[in-house]
Ligand binder design. Sequence first.
Ligand code: KIV
Length: 293
Amino acid sequence: MTQAPVTAGTPYGTIPPASPLPQRRPVSLPRLAQMREAGEKITMVTAYDATFAAVADAAGVECILVGDSLGMVCQGLHSTVGVSLQDMCYHTASVARGLHRVQGTAWLIADMPYGSYAESREQAMRSACELMQAGAHMVKLEGGGWTAPTVQFLVERGVPVCAHLGLTPQTVHALGGYRVQGKSDEGAATLRRHALELQDAGASMLVLEMVPAQLSRELTAELPHCHTIGIGAGSGTAGQVLVLHDMLGVNLGKMARFVHNFMADAGSVKGAFEAYVQAVKNGSFPDDSKHAW
Ligand code: KIV
């Protein structure tokens, strides 16, 4: 028996019909490892709601991050510090429903917000469980050194983990602002040590934010089991991530130098996602000549 497509209108708009068959194999950790092995770049964007997530998936983006950047772009906060676990679960569930509705195949990562994993490994596990139950396939947490035992605890209990080093927005006040990290020899050595510890602890992905391009290229070569995903970290990483609002050119604040507005020439949001995927895969984004650190 064939299933009737869900096309009914709602007070909020038309529900997109479920596609008859998935357009690609579901993205999984083995699939990401295969892509890395084959030299294919991994693409990631942030999304916070059902519709944008579904469109990004349909455009071929492999990984969707429900970032705690939602504090700034959705909630109007000045930093990610005010985002709660409840907020993250709400947006993760919305994105997961959006992907499910269109038989999406993207890998869904949810940020563990500030204060949801620092107290103890048990607290981290409880927070991770809530995000996984909301629909995440993987959780992301910021920082190195003290986070490695937490990452190991989660991974041993079946929670895939993405780490995040370099500029870690949850600790912006301790870092003294949104600055490039790992520029000094000492800073680079600490970042390298933390990255290797996180790989040993079982992190299978690592976001590198605002890190010198040369350092992130070297780290990518040194981390065969942990896929580096750069943002303001040059072109040498295994993949790239951008914040949705930045890549669509709807950021209210000052646009970072490394960001590109993919909407400018696209004509549609899906077209902007497709242009981003193409540019990352063919190596034209990011442009290292615009990446001055
Ligand atoms: O919260 C977020 O959007 C992020 C990205 C900047 C990687 O962590």
